[in-house]
Design a protein around this ligand. Structure first.
Ligand code: DGY
Length: 335
């Protein structure tokens, strides 16, 4: 079996993969140009890729022997799953292993934006600090306030866990309407499910934790910003396009909200000049899952799923399990 990897893997994951397959790996940590991915995929049965790699019908048509794509990320908006289903290609992702790292970063951004930590750091470094002042860098306190979590899945819950320790009340939105889960969330975090409109109106802080899908693209736009309170702090560690970036910048410039902590952007790695110019935003380069432990966990889970699939077992982290029979046929026909 032949596998192409578009980035680096932790040693343990790489060794496990090499014990099983002939591995060709891109030598750099930089994003790989699409034409090179296509070229290096020639004759490969599986692709291990990252979220910057676009996977779609054009790629499947060019490389019909491809049977599996292991995305080393929980978000798989870079992959056209309908195209994969059509082509009989099994897709896997890396859920669960990055919840804590991402929730930690969401909280880091929330605290940094609410307590103006990055602004304060620059102030000290520029030598502008002349002594303790009562009104210097006043920010917002978390205790007793309301955090709205948009998307109460695994990462949303990890954010909720941290929020309780900070004395925050929690309201949330979820895609699925399911009273049992709402009851469990009430019990675990005293969290209350609300509509998106109410969440925007009632929250002092908002954390975006839903995946990017067709129905969540620009979920937070002009209308939602108009409902938010002027002191609201918005944090996004999901995908940039869940928020209408233009509308967000307008809201920040017009002081419709207080500040933002952003790890993700609509057209990464492009960050609009207007956003860069604002002092009340904290910006990070999509590092939600960037801890050594989590990277290793993601790599290992991606490789585990791949090895299971090629050994005849449907992996638990398959995104499109319905394609399993087609995948198994492809595997048997040794195309
Ligand atoms: C993911 O896994 O989707 C993160 O955004 C990148 O690790």
């Amino acid at each position: 079996m032949k596998v192409f990897v578009t980035g680096k893997l932790s040693q343990k994951a790489f060794d496990a993969l090499q014990n099983f397959a002939q591995v060709d790996a891109y030598e750099s940590d930089d994003p790989m140009p699409r034409e090179q991915v296509e070229a290096r995929l020639e004759g490969k049965d599986a692709l291990v890729c990252i979220l910057g790699d676009q996977v779609d019908a054009a790629l499947f048509q060019k490389r019909p022997q491809l049977k599996l794509v292991a995305n080393v990320a929980v978000g798989y908006d870079n992959i056209n799953v309908a195209d994969a289903n059509e082509a009989g290609v099994l897709i896997t992702n890396t859920p669960g292993v990055l919840d804590n790292a991402t929730a930690d970063l969401a909280f880091g951004l929330l605290l940094a934006a609410a307590r103006r930590i990055v602004e304060a750091d620059g102030f000290v470094r520029r030598g502008e600090w002349t002594g303790w002042k009562r009104e210097l860098m006043l920010g917002a306190e978390l205790n007793g306030k309301t955090l709205g979590i948009v998307g109460m899945g695994r990462i949303g819950k990890a954010v909720a866990k941290r929020a309780r320790a900070f004395g925050l009340n929690i309201i949330y939105t979820r895609k699925c309407d399911d009273a049992k889960t709402d009851g469990e969330l009430k019990k675990a975090f005293d969290a209350q499910r609300v509509s998106l409109q109410d969440l925007c109106k009632l929250s002092d802080f908002i954390s975006i934790n839903c995946p990017l899908r067709q129905e969540t693209r620009h979920l937070i736009g002009k209308a939602e910003f108009a409902l938010m309170q002027a002191h609201c702090v918005l944090v996004n560690t999901s995908r940039g396009a869940v928020i209408d970036e233009e509308a967000m910048i307008d809201a920040l410039e017009q002081k419709k909200i207080a500040s933002c902590g952003l790890d993700v952007f609509e057209r990464e790695p492009l960050v609009p000049e207007r956003l860069m110019a604002l002092p009340n935003v904290v910006l990070a380069p999509h590092i939600g899952s960037a801890t050594k432990e989590t990277r290793a966990g993601m790599d290992e889970l991606a490789v585990k799923g791949l090895l299971e699939a090629f050994s005849g077992k449907l992996p638990a982290n398959a995104v499109n399990p319905d394609v399993w029979n087609k995948f198994a046929e492809k595997l048997k026909s040794k195309v």
